[in-house]
Design a protein. Sequence first.
Length: 211
Amino acid sequence: MIPINEAIFVFTSGVTFREYLLDLDVEQRLFLERRYAAVRISPAIQNRLATYPLWLYWVLLVNNETPDTWMVLPIVQRLAELCPRIDLRILSDEADMAALNELVDDDINLEEDLAEIDMPHLFIFDEEWNQQAQWGPRPQAAEERLDQWLSAHPDYGPLLADDEGEDPERLEALITELTDQMRLWYNDDLTAACAAEIAALLEELLSEELE
C-alpha cells in the first residue's frame, strides 16, 4: 500500500475548482463559471448526497482542451459540494503522473498510457486511499450523440491526434463547434444523466460496503 503521506501528497498536488479557474484564461474561466451556475442537481440526489455515509476522496484528471472537461467538471464539482464527506481535487494531465499512478489500480498505467485515457476521468478512493471506482469521460447517454457528431465531422479525430498541428485553425473551429453542441446537450438532459450515473456509482459503493 502506498504510504499515507504520499497519498496525501497526490491529493494536495491537485487543485480545487476555484484554484483551477484561476489558472484559465478569461474566456475559459467565464465559460466554466457559466456552466457551473447552470448546473442543477435533482432534489433526490441532493438529499442522498447530504446524508451519504462514506468518506471519499475524488481526483478528477482533466485535459484543459477537451470539450468533455468543460461539461463534466462543473457537474462533478456540484456533486462534491453537496456531500460533506467527499473531497475533490482536480489534476491536469500535464502534471507528473508518477504519484497518482501508485494509487490507481494496476490495470491503468498513467505514465505510459495517458494518451489513451479519455478525459475527464474520475478516480474515487476511500479514506485509506484504496481505489474504489473510476468513471469517465461522459455519461453513457452522451455516447450516441457524440458518435453522430463525429461521423458528421470525420476530420476531427485525425486533427486531434495530429502531433504536428498542421491545421490548428480547423481544429480550433471544430472544438468550438463541439463544445457549443455539447452545451446544448447538457442543458437539455445530459447534466441530469451525468449526475444520476455518478450518484448510482456511489450507491453501488455503499451497497458493497454494507455487504
